[in-house]
Design a protein around this ligand. Structure first.
Ligand code: MV4
Length: 449
């Protein structure tokens, strides 16, 4: 019996998953909302099921509707993609209890990594360097609390244990603001996550965002697929990603790889994962682990030739797979530009009808997107329209290839951040690879670029 998988997502990642399923002879069921009936991947899917209104809460986040569709179509597994329910441990648990394989790590691992204190503790136990700080219970006595923070040294960052991805965090510059900042962060965390627990870290002022892609077989074997640099970002939305991260201290990297694999082995990690770090002054500091496929996975695929989405499916469905570190080779450099439906200056979303467009092509260029001429971008979901990925022998050649690909690419009818990309790709700081996580917001966009 061939396998059958339900894709619990939309847009480019749904299309990406269907392509991988086809290569593995897995038949596909695509669920979609009433706002998404014109999505391209529905044409390529073996079956489709409408699961509710356009509002994400009533469709792509609606667990009973998705499980009903899975029941109706008798699938073996559920592919969550990224966003929506991809890192919801309750959803993963419900899938398993309903007899459907959640394509990803087990619900306990998702839950552990969702709790940022637990994640830090697990990472530290495997020898990964964490940001120095404090993750015990905050003492009742304010003087005792102040003493702990004095020992860490200002500035510090207060983070919500249930937060992540930039939500529920606050910098504290001096003791004067400590108590009030802690109280505000706790209250916000309680409102946003239903959990007021916080922890403290030394503030790393100007790091790069480096991440390591890992893949585990769920039985204690794991490999890494190298690094990505995702420092070019605005308000925690990555804009350009690349692989591998350049100008990294080799000893620090080797140690971090080794400890990252140790963590995956200890967790008996299953499927694809990303371990995120801040990198400053030749030191890696663990911040969190994402237990899903990431938007930027293609840059890693382009330099390794390793199909991460196919690996996720194979591992989850118990198909044959070889994960051998020695057989992973790294080839040149890859870069991804995220094309969003937004105003390139104000960053306001710009949904609407695409009247006309042209897709770039050529040697070393990959284009992952669900859009087409005549398609109307709905206002209900995130603004990602397309990912343009280039691969070349060197970082400079990958940049040149990207500039050329973007010159060919146009979308008419809606606003996109196309011109922002062109400006960044010609920026000296970016070309010299000197940018950090603060560069785009604090320098590039302020200097009238
Ligand atoms: C930090 C930090 C500086 N110091 N932690 C933001 C997202 C979340 N994953 C962790 N984040 C940060 N944690 C310490 N101790 C700065 C950030 C941060 C950031 C990190 C990665 C990519 C972009 C960022 C943008 C602003 C702040």
């Amino acid at each position: 019996m061939p396998f059958k998988v339900l894709i619990a997502n939309r847009g480019e990642i749904a299309l990406r998953a269907i392509r991988a399923c086809k290569e593995l002879n897995i038949s596909t069921v695509s669920v979609y909302s009433e706002g998404d009936k014109d999505l391209k991947h529905l044409k390529f899917s073996d079956e489709t099921v409408c699961i509710g209104p356009a509002s994400p809460l009533e469709s792509y986040l609606n667990t009973p509707a998705i499980l009903s569709a899975a029941e109706l179509t008798q699938v073996d597994g559920i592919y969550p993609g990224y966003g929506f329910l991809a890192e919801d441990s309750n959803f993963a648990e419900m899938c398993e209890k309903s007899g459907f394989k959640f394509i990803g790590p087990n619900s306990e691992t998702i839950k552990n990594m969702g709790d940022k204190i637990t994640a830090k503790t697990l990472a530290e136990e495997s020898g990964i360097q964490i940001v120095p700080g404090y993750k015990e219970d905050i003492p009742e006595d304010p003087e005792e609390f102040k003493k702990i923070v004095k020992n860490i040294g200002y500035p510090i960052m207060i983070k919500a244990t249930a937060g992540g991805g930039g939500r529920g965090m606050r910098v504290v510059e001096s003791e004067d603001d400590l108590i009030s900042s802690a109280e505000i962060t706790m209250q916000e965390a309680k409102n946003a996550f239903g959990n007021e627990k916080i922890y403290l870290e030394k503030f790393i002022p100007n790091p790069r965002h480096i991440e390591i892609q890992v893949v585990g077989d769920g039985k204690g074997h794991a490999i890494h697929l190298g690094t990505r640099d995702c420092s070019m970002q605005r308000r925690h939305q990555k804009i350009i990603e690349e692989a591998p991260a350049k100008n990294i201290d080799q000893d620090a990297l080797d140690q971090t790889y080794e400890a990252s694999i140790k963590l995956c082995k200890k967790l008996k990690y299953e499927g694809a994962g990303t371990i995120e770090f801040l990198y400053e002054n030749a030191e890696f500091y663990f911040i969190e682990m994402n237990t899903r496929i990431q938007v930027e996975h293609p840059v890693t695929e382009m330099i390794t030739g390793f199909d991460i989405v196919k690996a996720q499916l194979r591992i989850a469905l118990g198909m044959e797979i070889t994960l051998q570190q020695e057989s992973i080779n790294f080839n040149g450099h890859a870069m991804e530009c995220r094309i969003n439906a937004e105003d390139p200056e104000t960053f306001q979303p710009s949904p609407g009808k695409i009247t006309k467009m042209h897709i770039p092509g050529g040697f070393g260029i990959r284009y992952d997107s669900h859009i087409y001429g005549g398609y109307t971008v709905p206002p209900y979901y995130d603004s990602l329209l397309a990912k343009i990925i280039t691969q070349a022998n060197s970082r400079n050649s990958a940049i040149k290839r990207m500039i050329s690909a973007l010159d060919e690419f146009f979308i008419d009818g809606i606003k996109t951040n196309h011109s922002l990309h062109q400006r960044i790709l010609h920026d000296k700081t970016f070309v010299d690879n000197k940018h950090t996580i603060n560069y785009l917001e604090n320098e590039f966009l302020k200097d009238g670029n």
